[in-house]
Design a protein around this ligand. Structure first.
Ligand SMILES: *[C@@H]1O[C@H](CO)[C@@H](O)[C@H](O)[C@H]1NC(C)=O
Ligand SMILES: *[C@@H]1O[C@H](CO)[C@@H](O)[C@H](O)[C@H]1NC(C)=O
Length: 321
């Protein structure tokens, strides 16, 4: 195979002098190389904040421009999944539909939550099938429609990665794909954060950035991905980011977090995850885009001396690299 040799200068870690390192880079991608989706960096958006993102009466031009920029660079806009915690307490308002349709012809994923704590996985599959049957009838979702279902979308707790407990493979065993509605599932989604900032302890930047932990956080899902792909379905991380509860200050909103998500998303493609939906709200530390004017500090919630207009955060640069 033809190769080119890149001579990269780097400072030897132990010595004081610069030394040369030869790195061979193939000119042609190996035939086994995975295809990277132009929408690899997609977004998951907190449902109660969706109108701040999209605009409620007219299009949010700042959002449109930042997404249009991504679309021009990659060839396709990010997909948008609307859901998360706030889907439990939002109400459908038909009038809001128009601003969505003016956003770049994007693909949207709407999430419905009917999880309750007492539900067993068998009960979950029964309930999912009941609702999905009605939804597919009401919305004309069929084997020939463009719109399909995402299944599983288990949040929070880690997957059991096995045939017992909560996992895609368990859901398949309980018959998730066997009904008419279940046969309309095209994609399995799972949610993952590298850590949590919910209880106030700072996540450490060096922990987030360690290559082996970045990869170990994703390799956890190898059995789930294999089971899903084995059924001919697509596999995505439908909600993910660095530290849950909106990110850790000085970590999730740093330039390093841009590098973190680049490695995270590209490694995801190597193990069969086709898209990574980075979770976003308004004022969250790990946002790629702050789509609305902020009046409170993203770091500590204190009042800002003056309003901060819409802007992009370091993470956005991970998506455009
Ligand atoms: C689902 O559809 C069935 C049959 O059409 C109907 O009886 C039932 O009320 C529907 N359930 C909901 C929650 O809409
Ligand atoms: C995931 O990453 C975090 C740091 O961000 C690390 O503390 C944790 O141990 C990693 N998880 C695994 C399974 O490696």
């Amino acid at each position: 195979m033809a190769t080119s040799i890149l001579r990269i200068l780097c400072v030897a870690l132990l010595g004081k002098e610069a030394s040369g390192v030869n790195v061979a880079i193939p000119l042609i991608a190996p035939s086994t190389a995975p295809r990277v989706s132009p929408s690899l960096f997609s977004f998951s958006i907190e449902q109660d904040r969706w109108t701040d993102w999209a605009g409620s009466t007219s299009r949010n031009q700042f959002l449109f421009n930042t997404l249009d920029n991504l679309a021009r660079l990659t060839g396709a806009p990010p997909d948008i999944r609307i859901g998360a915690n706030s889907e439990d307490h939002t109400k459908f308002k038909a009038a809001i539909q128009t601003t969505q349709s003016s956003l770049l012809g994007m693909r949207f994923i709407r999430q419905l939550n009917f999880f309750h704590l007492t539900l067993t996985l068998y009960g979950f599959v029964q309930e999912w099938t009941y609702f999905a049957t009605n939804i597919s009838a009401a919305m004309g979702i069929s084997s020939t429609s463009h719109t399909k279902f995402w299944g599983v979308a288990f949040a929070g707790a880690q997957s059991s990665h096995s045939l017992t407990g909560w996992s895609p493979q368990s859901a398949f065993k309980e018959g998730l794909l066997n009904s008419a509605a279940g046969s309309l599932i095209s994609t399995v989604s799972q949610h993952h954060y590298s850590g949590s900032f919910c209880s106030g302890n700072a996540g450490l930047l060096q922990d987030l950035m360690t290559k082996s932990t970045i990869r170990a956080n994703l390799s956890l899902y190898l059995p789930d991905i294999a089971a899903t792909r084995g059924r001919g379905l697509d596999y995505v991380l439908g909600e993910t980011n660095s530290y849950s509860c909106h990110g850790a200050p000085g970590v999730s909103n740093s330039a390093d977090a841009a590098l973190w998500r680049l490695d995270y998303a590209l490694y995801a493609t190597q193990i069969g995850i086709s898209k990574v939906f980075f979770h976003q709200g308004v004022g969250f530390k790990y946002n790629h885009i702050q789509p609305a004017t902020l009046t409170r500090s993203t770091a500590d919630g204190s009042d800002l001396p003056w309003p901060l207009p819409p802007h992009v955060q370091p993470a956005y640069y991970g998506a455009i690299t």
